[in-house]
Write a protein that binds this ligand. Structure first.
Ligand code: MSP
Length: 510
């Protein structure tokens, strides 16, 4: 029997920078999945957090005149603050500086030493002290005095450093076999192909410890070394599942959601570490695309970084969440523009969904003593629309299981559009004068469709969907996906309808 649990994770975010639109994008996607699965009856664990070790963080702390711990405490909060702002429903927030995490990293490390997959050796190469980085021979250029220089212009010297290595070279065939046996391990497929060709190209052992700085998890039994930040960071997914204690309730994770920039770590190194330790790899890694801003890469120097709080201040939480996941096919890169956001929000949310609800509910409020009318006989048009609304979950579930958010919302909006066309053709305002029984049926059908839409849309626009369901007086325990099959009680007195999405003015938003 398949497990009824669902474990979804975001990358843990570096604390050397403040959160921006890109970080929000990944977490919103996971939040929609987590909420969706809960409504679909799963026991969900949704994890996010911050990645707090490593040289970059140490340097940022120094620049800010703080200790690394003070610095990470301060920046980590800015990521935690996004939880209420964007209405994330994460069940845990992990920081890699927590004791539970250090314990998990050291346990995994010890296991890998025991299996012979981690060994002590020497790392040799061209090192630029100024950059604190190694460079390949081919990357170097000749300086004026004949000395070699890094591409950054920094002088390099041949360094020999003691380092622990992970025997990645031994995992090439086993990884390829694992990929073969798990054809949806990485999505989208094109990204999986990149991963496979990288592995087919041969794997070198990986240096997994550092002795040049100490801001990291100490290597068990050799305090001179701290663990390489990626082995530390990736282990967070296990820590939160309970490792090294029994973590079988949620592990293996169902989905690691990441940006395409960190795919190799998640799809090559991570499964190799896990297979070596005798732990099952996650079921899927989804690598989404990157956002640019009005055609430009988001960067501090260009001054075009979009902070999540600015987005919310401009469009509201629901509309921001919806726009980001609807506009660009999930997996592709996308370009953010305010004019596109305004168009999408006005068309789909204000004119599409908002208008449908407002027209229907305020008509009932004014003309039917605020009571949902009882239906009489259904026509074919009624049945077609009702069936489509009741069955939409089947297609939506499939799309969500493939992380195809845009397709899931497209399917939901096909119901919204049909319902708006239905209200125009059926014209309840005319039926009011000629056939009130038929008018009642039409209004009942519309309320029933709005109920289904309200339930289906809770994961992405939680506040607005909640308002719709409140207006229809749907009790809290009848808002799950199984309840879509219920039917509204005729005669229910609805609350006074209020608009759920105001139309945005282009000039006000510009
Ligand atoms: N700390 C590592 C991840 C360790 S996971 C074990 C890291 N952190 S990060 O802060 O740089 O951010 C990672 C994620 O933020 C990316 O993988 C991606 O999900 C998201 N994004 C950052 N900038 C982005 C865009 N411009 N567009 C979309 N997402 C982007 O890497």
């Amino acid at each position: 029997m398949s497990k009824n649990t669902y474990y979804v994770t975001t990358p843990i975010y570096y604390v050397n920078d403040k959160p921006h639109l890109g970080h929000a994008y990944t977490t919103i996607a996971c939040d929609v999945l987590a909420r969706f699965k809960r409504l679909d009856g799963f026991d969900v664990k949704f994890l996010t957090g911050t990645d707090e070790h490593g040289l970059k963080v140490k340097q940022s702390a120094e620049k800010a005149g703080m200790t690394p711990q003070q610095f990470t405490d301060e920046v980590s909060v800015t990521f935690r603050d996004l939880v209420p702002l964007l209405q994330y429903t994460n069940d845990d927030f992990i920081r890699t500086t927590e004791e539970r995490h250090k314990k998990a990293c050291q346990a995994l490390w010890t296991k890998l030493v025991e299996t012979g997959d981690i060994y002590l050796s020497k790392y040799e190469g061209w090192y630029a002290v100024r950059d604190e980085a190694y460079y390949d021979e081919e990357e170097l250029k000749d300086g004026p005095d004949g000395k070699k220089l890094a591409p950054t212009g920094a002088p390099v010297e041949w360094m020999v450093e003691e380092s622990y290595f992970f025997k990645l070279s031994a995992w090439q065939d086993k990884l390829l076999k694992f990929y073969n046996e798990n054809p949806h391990f990485v999505m989208p497929e094109s990204r999986f192909n990149e991963v496979k060709s990288f592995v087919k190209g041969g794997l070198k052992d990986l240096s997994v410890s550092r002795t040049t700085f100490d801001w990291g998890v100490k290597v068990p039994g050799n305090g001179k070394h701290v663990m390489y930040v990626w082995i530390d960071a990736l282990t967070n997914y296990l820590t939160a599942a309970g490792y090294p204690n029994d973590c079988s309730k949620y592990w293996p994770a169902d989905l690691h959601m990441i940006g395409k920039d960190i795919l190799r770590f998640h799809a090559v190194y991570w499964p190799a570490f896990l297979l070596a330790a005798g732990i099952a790899p996650p079921k899927r890694v989804f690598a989404h695309g990157w956002w640019t801003i009005e055609g430009e890469k988001m960067s501090k120097s260009l001054g075009n970084v979009i902070a999540p709080e600015d987005l919310v201040a401009r469009y509201g939480v629901d509309a921001s969440r919806y726009f980001l996941l609807r506009e660009v096919p999930f997996g592709n890169d996308g370009d953010f523009s305010h004019s596109q956001a305004i168009n999408r929000i006005n068309n789909d949310l204000a004119n599409g969904l908002g208008n449908l609800a407002q027209r229907t509910l305020s008509f009932i409020y004014k003309n039917c003593e605020a009571k949902i009318p009882a239906p009489s006989e259904y026509t074919q048009d009624d049945t077609i629309l009702l069936t489509k609304a009741h069955n939409a979950i089947i297609n939506v579930r499939e799309q969500i299981d493939n992380q195809a958010f845009h397709k899931a919302f497209e399917a939901i909006w096909s119901v919204v559009n049909d319902a708006n066309a239905y209200i125009d053709t059926q014209a309840p305002w005319s039926l009011k004068k000629t056939d009130t029984a038929r008018m009642g049926t039409v209004l009942y059908v519309l309320c029933e469709v709005i109920r289904c839409l309200g339930i289906l849309l809770q994961p992405v626009i939680p506040t607005a969907a909640g308002k719709l369901l409140d207006q229809l007086v749907i009790p809290a325990n009848e808002r799950s996906f199984v309840n879509i099959a219920n039917h509204l009680k005729a005669g229910t007195v609805i609350a006074q309808p209020e608009g759920i999405f105001p139309r945005l003015e282009e000039k006000a938003a510009a």
